[in-house]
Design a protein around this ligand. Structure first.
Ligand SMILES: NC(=O)c1ccc[n+]([C@@H]2O[C@H](COP(=O)([O-])OP(=O)(O)OC[C@H]3O[C@@H](n4cnc5c(N)ncnc54)[C@H](O)[C@@H]3O)[C@@H](O)[C@H]2O)c1
Length: 411
């Protein structure tokens, strides 16, 4: 079988594709695009001349390839995905799927028109513990969803110079607190297949850490999300709290499953704790813990993010190669993961009232949102611009960005 030819847009996170193509036999890296010339030069030194290198997307998109991996700015995936679909390419999109509701509608319609594969690269769904929760849920061992909690708290202060390069316009410095919500909330959609229907948002305050980083939002966004069966998920994500947490807990009518807390130093998202009844009403404590899959050799074991990076790539390539059962995350599922964050912040801006989450699977619902450019990026939002922080954007002096830039240069 011929290899799937993949192009990478964005060198830093694009390293996932490079690793995949080096170690697996079903895909080949053929082109890389990034306007950051130093990054591209470094990649050329590493990968050699067999691959084509571009600084312009307009040239890159004309390269002979089957698929693109979008690892460009998180706020700009949708317009580039649409251009790839217009060229007849398959798309693997990094998080997040889009920036505005207008883009969400346009992206859905471009995918439907093209008939090509769109896969959303939410790697946390494929980490061992949340993936085991999916197996327990889908096999009926957890019962019906009643409650869940997801946390993605990443104190990014030490890596901020590397990931923003002191650019005050970088998306990470301008996103609202709830924007990057799918690492913590996405697994609940993938585990249960239930749709989120409404959300109430809360915002942690802007703090001294965010100020030092040059990031303008609250330090984290909290969302209380109601699912279609009435269950509630509490989701928190942010880059400005003091300590890290990537943690999942799910309660069904038959019991509970959760991953290990970071500070327990006991495997984090690779370990699961379960306490499951055999039938509803049994009320018998049967605590258990294990690391799912750890005893079986798997190509995913040496991969980043608990093996999740391997599965998002492998399943995408497998799907393109004709396996219609390959487990990828389509655009409707991706939006069920993302829109609760966007609408949580809308809830915050509306004073903390619950707001409904649209279901864009229904074509008639799309018209209401077709022209909605609500976001924090002035060039995209135009008259629908909202601040990155609900109390108004804090003033951050240019010297802060200069200091972050100098730290990045020093390495
Ligand atoms: N799933 C995960 O665990 C994970 C981890 C890190 C980053 N990400 C995602 O990966 C993506 C990339 O993040 P990052 O931190 O690697 O980099 P980034 O967002 O800082 O930069 C993206 C890169 O794309 C290039 N780029 C952007 N627009 C371009 C254009 N029009 N033409 C040419 N080049 C362009 C930039 O020069 C830059 O090198 C983001 O969407 C982010 O959300 C995901």
């Amino acid at each position: 079988m011929s290899k799937v030819k993949i192009g990478v847009f964005g060198v830093r996170r694009g390293s996932v594709v490079i690793k995949y193509c080096r170690t697996q036999s079903d895909a080949q890296l053929v082109a890389v695009c990034d306007s950051w010339e130093q990054g591209l030069t470094d990649m050329k030194k590493e990968l050699g001349e067999d691959i084509a290198y571009y600084t312009s997307f307009d040239d890159f998109i004309n390269h002979d390839m089957d698929a693109v991996f979008l690892a460009n700015y998180a706020t700009e995936h949708a317009p580039y995905a649409i251009r790839a679909f217009e060229k007849g390419l398959h798309v693997l999109s990094e998080v997040l799927p889009c920036q505005t509701m207008k883009e969400a509608v346009e992206l859905i319609e471009a995918i439907e028109k093209s008939g090509k594969i769109y896969a959303y690269a939410e790697n946390c769904c494929f980490m061992a513990a949340p993936y085991e929760m999916r197996k327990l849920y889908r096999s009926g061992q957890l019962g019906e969803l009643e409650y869940g909690e997801g946390e993605y708290l990443h104190n990014c202060e030490s890596i901020w110079p590397r990931i923003t390069r002191g650019d005050k316009n970088h998306w990470r410095n301008n996103m609202y607190a709830h924007f990057y919500c799918t690492h913590s909330f996405g697994p609940f959609i993938h585990i249960t297949g239930l749709r989120p229907i409404s959300v109430t948002g809360f915002e942690l305050p802007f703090n001294a850490r965010m100020e030092r980083m040059g990031a303008k939002s609250g330090s984290a966004g909290l969302a209380i999300i109601t699912m279609e069966n009435g269950a509630i998920i509490k989701n928190i994500n942010g880059v400005g709290c003091s300590k890290n947490s990537l943690w999942f807990s799910i309660y069904g009518t038959l019991g509970r499953a959760e991953s290990a807390r970071e500070d327990s130093q006991y495997g984090m998202y690779s370990r699961i704790f379960t306490n499951l009844d055999r039938y509803e009403g049994e009320c018998f404590d049967r605590p258990n813990t294990y690391c799912p899959g750890a005893d079986q050799p798997s190509p995913a074991q040496k991969w980043g993010h608990g093996g999740g990076d391997y599965y998002i790539m492998h399943n995408f390539v497998d799907r393109i190669s004709g396996n219609t059962d390959a487990e990828t995350i389509d655009i409707y599922e991706a939006l069920d993961m993302f829109l609760p964050g966007m609408f949580a912040y809308r809830s915050v801006l509306a004073g903390g009232i619950p707001v409904n989450i649209p279901n864009l699977r229904i074509p008639s619902e799309r018209d209401r949102w077709r022209n909605d450019t609500w976001c924090t990026d002035p060039a995209v939002a135009k008259d629908r611009l909202v601040p990155s922080y609900s109390k108004g954007n804090p003033h951050i002096p240019d010297e802060t960005y200069q200091r972050v830039y100098e730290k990045w240069l020093k390495g």
